[in-house]
Design a protein around this ligand. Structure first.
Ligand code: TXA
Ligand code: MG
Length: 315
């Protein structure tokens, strides 16, 4: 197995940002905050560094990574741009949206990033620490969520440390993530397609496009991360729970009684999204079954339900 590293916590002041950028230049791995979840970053042009992401996470090599860049101009160096890309990028970048576009030939990216697909997932994050790191580093950063593959995504530096301590060089601690769910992924290699619901509500993207998003057909694994069991806590999960059974812990939503934790007592989906992963981490004792209140399937509720269905899927 991989050698044991000593993982340092960096404060995201100018000095910490410079140290993190230096680690990336040297082919190391740095976890950093984004507005969605913490990412595990490496220089996207460095094969060895990208290979280390897969090793640190235990991630299957066929599951491609998102490349993070500072702005739209930087993105255009790696993907073939289009009018539709321009429309959605103007509306949502920087922010929790990832676009899948045709990969440009001679992009200079490691082929491991795209798992040799002809397309690339790319995004411009909004979090000030992510932006400062991208600027100091000055190149493309490949970054999946900073969790062991298949486990709950990290929305705080402590979650990253719990999963990856000793496997990565550093964690830039920028506090809790504001959105709390991964980016929405829209495929634009063909008709605009929702590959993963996430931090931007589908309805908002459809409003900007003036058209509905298609959904991936059948069992193509277009976003290979969409394998059914994912985001798994240690304990079993029961959805749409309208009661709390003996031995269960209840993760509530809205004005429910007996909740051990409540995603949003007032029923606010934005607040629930921000709390989802942290509360799943906190409520999971590894064995007590977790019951979750029903969540409406609108706005960010779609992405919340998507993650919860994966958490509840048989493994
Ligand atoms: O919010 C986020 O998106 C976070 C932060 C760190 O940016 N990142 C993230 O990465 O969630 P990850 O690796 O956990 O999820 C990326 C997803 C995977 O489901 C992967 O299969 C999909 O993006 N993906 C990557 N490249 C793709 C491509 N070329 N075509 C289709 N799906 C792709
Ligand atoms: Mg992930």
């Amino acid at each position: 197995m991989a050698e044991q590293l000593s993982t340092s916590f960096l404060i995201p002041d100018p000095d910490g940002i410079d140290q993190a950028a230096e680690i990336l230049r040297d082919g190391g791995l740095v976890a950093f905050p984004t507005e969605t979840v913490y990412g595990l970053g490496a220089d996207a042009r460095n094969d060895l560094a990208v290979a280390r992401i897969f090793a640190a996470k235990g991630r299957p090599r066929f599951n491609p990574l998102i490349v993070h860049v500072a702005d739209t101009v930087a993105a255009q160096a790696f993907v073939t741009w289009s009018d539709t890309a321009e429309t959605v990028a103007r509306a949502f970048w920087p922010g929790p949206l990832t676009l899948v576009l045709p990969l440009k030939p001679a992009s200079g990216l490691s082929p491991l990033v795209t798992a040799e697909l002809p397309s690339l997932a790319i995004r411009v994050p909004a979090h000030p620490v992510a932006r400062a790191l991208l600027e100091a580093f000055g190149g493309p950063v490949a970054a999946p969520s900073a969790n062991p593959s298949g486990r709950i995504s990290p929305t705080a530096a402590a979650h990253v440390a719990a999963g990856l301590d000793g496997r990565i060089e550093a964690i830039l601690d920028g506090g809790p993530c504001g959105v709390g769910l991964e980016s929405t992924i829209v495929g634009l290699t063909d008709a605009p397609t929702l590959l993963r619901p996430g931090g931007v509500a589908t309805e908002e993207i459809e409003a900007v496009l003036g058209a509905s998003l298609a959904t991936p057909s059948g069992d193509d694994i277009t976003a290979p991360g969409q394998l059914s069991s994912h985001y798994a806590p240690g304990a079993p999960v029961r959805l749409e729970a309208t009661d709390k059974r003996p031995g269960e812990k209840l993760l509530g939503f809205g004005p429910v009684r007996d909740a051990d934790l409540n995603l949003s007592p007032t029923g606010d989906l934005i607040e629930a999204a921000a709390n989802l992963f942290a509360m799943l981490h906190a409520i999971d004792d590894g064995h007590s079954p977790i019951a979750v209140s029903p969540i409406p399937e609108t706005g960010l509720g779609r992405a919340i339900n998507d993650r919860l269905r994966r958490a509840a899927a048989p493994r």
